[in-house]
Write a protein that binds this ligand. Sequence first.
Ligand SMILES: *Cc1c(COP(=O)(O)O)cnc(C)c1O
Length: 328
Amino acid sequence: MPDKLALAHVPTPIWRSAALDALVGTEVWIKRDDMTSGAESGNKIRKLEYLLAAAVDDGADTVITCGAAQSNHARATALVCATLGFKSLLFLRTPDPGNPPPLTGNLLLDKMAGADVRFITPAEYAQRADVMEAARAELLQEGRLAYIIPEGGSNGLGALGYVDAMREVRDYLDAGYAGGPVSFDAVVHACGSGGTAAGAVLGAARWKISDKVVAVAVCDDRNYFEPVIERIMNESRGLDPSLTSTAELVIEDRFKGPAYGVATDEQLRFIVEVTKRSGLVLDPVYTGKALFALAGIEKKPRRALFIHTGGLPGLLAQPDALARALED
Ligand SMILES: *Cc1c(COP(=O)(O)O)cnc(C)c1O
């Protein structure tokens, strides 16, 4: 098995709220991966435990990655790199790099962590693997060794973090902490780059958590994600041959809203309602859309394990949208 650093505060609790069950219309057991750490919290730190172990093994001094301007993955990477003593170089997508986005939310934290932030256009971002490889080659000229992490930390190595998360759920249930179920009718989570889905599909089967994983797409669609997730799963199996079985993967792509990072008014009001009724804070980019989907699908799993993958800084970068939802 690949090396792994201990970065996340685990096991994360499984949390319930009767008011939330009523709002969503089914039993929702929330795996609080928004509590995997402090400001670096969320699902990405589980992937970084493997990815940064590989960077250490390589003898790298710099970590290069990419994402949207408000990428949770980039922020988690920048913060953990600061802790571990890596320099970080982030290629962030923005419509007009000459007119960069405000320093709020994740982006503010990236800069505070000392990341070298370089904005690139969506067209350049489409070539991100080449962009990152060119930066790595340039650093090598200066005698620096960089380790490249793909978008979202989503490759076979990073996805092992979510196989481990499913094992953690198994141990948690077996210890009786959740006080009831031994498994779930579905694991439900937001899907942006596919690594969480790949790990959950393999881990849910391996650790008998559920026969089904519902990945709620927040961008792209089923046709895009199916081969992406399949490729990541194959890579993971190459690293851990014990991952022979898979849960059924359902890619739910009807709830992504107007665009990546943009929620509908109804979704924003839902996020506010969840917080009002239960104290749980979702985010408008990922988790809000995913739980909104669970509340909206026709055939709901009777008992769902919802992975709260984090994303609070992304919410804090959208105060106007949330303020609008508070008004009506
Ligand atoms: C990145 C992210 C996701 C999606 O995970 P992927 O593995 O990229 O599909 C979900 N929720 C939050 C808050 C994220 O930051």
